[in-house]
Design a protein around this ligand. Structure first.
Ligand code: FNR
Length: 416
């Protein structure tokens, strides 16, 4: 990247986050921008996430003599080239058709895992096919239908997922004024439901619901799924069409079914305790912010947690994920695997998160913005830029490998 700059190659995406964000906004529809960039309430959690990074400063060490760096690590049984993953992002098609396929290609170009969203726009089988040998993880929202949970687990195993990520913080969708003001969520356009419309158990549920709604099982599964697929195709060309079609009983039943089952507001530790018997996959719990929840997660035998406030999209004025990381690492000790997301924008941010105890981080909006600007190439460049800046920060700070990035590398920022 750096050498490309010296030789004058024009990059596909801006190298700094502010310009990346501004360019992504320019090329997005207002509806897409509201959903992707928006946060909960007054946006205070998003601001807290960034402010937390500003409260720490890196203290570089000199004359260390290192000429090479090793950014690689073992994570849940996979060897990764860098401590960066791509977070699950639902409804990505708002920022480009076949969004998950493109994001998967951008991740694979860097050899880093993509966590497939349960609210994805491509079926996990198709997305996995884009990744070659690169690790892929699968994210689950716990459904109110336990049969659907099992079906998703079986599919994740079948596509060779390296881990199952259960997201805990979205049992209900947060209060998101930017979407509310426009009066639309992606689901009403048929976006973000591809993992469901490709699922055999979901087909059964829809058929049962439609039979109940119609008073008789007139519609076959094929007809029902056909109707949903047609709607998805229509939506791409005619954004208003899906809403029009919601007036007819079959698609309306399918979408209402989805809204009823996609997440379980009654999710408890008892549900999670059943996971060990239901899957062989390493289990990761995403959305942990309280040290007691972190301890409980590890006591219940999960393999890792993601300290995350969902990019500030769920609770307004929630604790910054970086602040939560500090107390959680203190509470659980050095050994457990703790990942972090929410507010990571640069390689220097990754360095700070690692110094404060994260084993690796996930990017959310940055790769979505790369997608909006330049598709798979944009995703690949955003990721490469973050990793390149991390590498440079390590080089210029005197850390030759990830184990050398310790708490001693940062101080509370005297200038903040
Ligand atoms: C998300 N996030 C998310 N998380 C999840 O577990 N499942 C999902 O389907 C989604 N969908 C989603 C859509 C969009 C548009 C965004 C921006 C985010 C949250 C995501 O995984 C991650 O936690 C945050 O995006 C990280 O914060 P930053 O990097 O966006 O600040």
């Amino acid at each position: 990247m750096y050498r490309d700059g010296v030789f004058g190659r024009v990059p596909a995406v801006p190298a700094d986050f502010a310009t990346l964000e501004a360019r992504a906004k320019e090329v997005s529809t207002p509806r897409a921008w509201a959903y992707v960039a928006g946060g909960a309430g007054e946006g205070r959690t998003m601001r807290n996430n960034r402010a937390a990074f500003d409260r720490w400063a890196i203290v570089p060490r000199m004359a260390h003599g290192n000429t090479t760096r090793d950014l690689s690590l073992d994570l849940l049984g996979s060897r990764l080239p860098a401590p960066v993953l791509l977070a699950p992002v639902g409804a990505g098609a708002l920022m480009g058709e076949d969004s998950d396929l493109k994001i998967a290609r951008g991740a694979a170009a860097n050899g880093i895992p993509y966590v497939f969203s349960n609210q994805g726009c491509n079926a996990m089988e198709d997305t996995a096919a884009e990744m070659g040998e690169t690790p892929r993880w699968v994210q689950l929202y716990w459904s109110t239908d336990e049969g659907l949970v099992d079906s998703m687990l079986a599919r994740a195993e079948a596509i060779g997922a390296g881990a199952l990520v259960v997201t805990l913080d979205t049992t209900l969708l947060g209060w998101r004024p930017m979407d509310l003001n426009i009066g639309s969520l992606p689901f009403s356009q048929g976006l973000g439901i591809a993992q469901y419309t490709s699922d055999p158990r979901f087909a059964e549920i829809v058929r049962e619901r439609i039979a109940a709604a119609a008073g008789a099982a007139k519609e076959s599964t094929e007809v029902t799924l056909g109707a949903i697929k047609t709607l998805l195709a229509m939506t791409r060309n005619h954004p208003g069409a899906f809403l029009e079609n919601l007036r007819s009983p079959v698609p309306r039943a399918a979408v209402e079914t989805f809204l009823d089952i996609y997440s379980n507001p009654g999710l408890s530790w008892d549900h999670l305790a059943t996971l060990r018997e239901r899957t062989q996959l390493p289990v990761v719990l995403k959305g942990i912010l309280h040290p007691h929840d972190a301890k409980r997660a590890f006591d219940s035998g999960v393999d890792a947690i993601v300290v995350s406030n969902h990019g500030g999209r769920q609770v307004d004025n929630a604790i910054a994920s970086l602040d939560a990381l500090v107390t959680i690492r203190e509470a659980v000790g050095d050994d457990p695997t703790v990942l972090l997301d929410s507010g990571i924008r640069t390689g220097a941010d990754v360095f700070t998160a690692l110094a404060l105890g994260a084993n690796a981080v996930l990017l959310g909006r940055p790769h979505m913005y790369g997608l909006a600007i330049a598709g798979a190439q944009g995703v690949a460049e955003v990721v490469a830029n973050v990793i390149a800046e991390l590498d440079l920060t390590m080089a210029l700070s005197g850390t030759a490998d990830l184990a050398s990035i310790t708490r001693e590398c940062v101080v509370p920022n005297p200038s903040a």
